[in-house]
Structure formats: C-alpha cells, structure tokens
Design a protein around this ligand. Sequence first.
Ligand SMILES: [Zn+2]
Length: 97
Amino acid sequence: MRGKRRRGVPEPQYRELDFSMLKMSLPHTVVKRGVEFTVQQTSGSNAEEGKSWICPVCVISIEPGMMHTVAWDTHRGVQTRRHFHNHCFKIFDGLLP
Ligand SMILES: [Zn+2]
C-alpha cells in the first residue's frame, strides 16, 4: 500500500446535472389569496434570443439571462404563466391582470 490516490477522474454526469439545474429549478407550489400557483426559478438562459418578458407587478421587462420567477395558476393551467422578478413575486398579491 503506497497510499496513491486516483485523480483526474471526471464525472460528466454530475456536470450535466448541475448545468440543467442552473437553468430551471424544480417546481413548487405557492398559495396567494387562496390561488395555488406553480412556481419555478429560471435563469432565462434557455429563452429564444432577443426574447424578454414584462413583469406584471412592476411592468418592467426582465432581461434574458436574468434569474427570475415563472409562475402560473395551477388550476387554470400553464397558459396563465407569467414571468416575475424574484422580489416582485414575493409581493405579488395573486391577481393576474
Ligand atoms: Zn418586477
């Protein structure tokens, strides 16, 4: 036994997982005023080029690549999906315009 350790063994599977986790977090549920929302965090880096979103709370656009919150009414479905700034979703009262 010389105590020699193996080194330089890459784990590409791990790297791939980390990379996709950065783009989109797992969805979770948030209830606001009795309305259930499905919420995800996204970096926006998987958006089509040049695409940006208008946050319904502050009506300021969210730039591509900016970490933000995507939320939709769980019962009405993903067509109600909106993009929010993270801090705006915290103060969002649950009423979609
Ligand atoms: Zn906002």
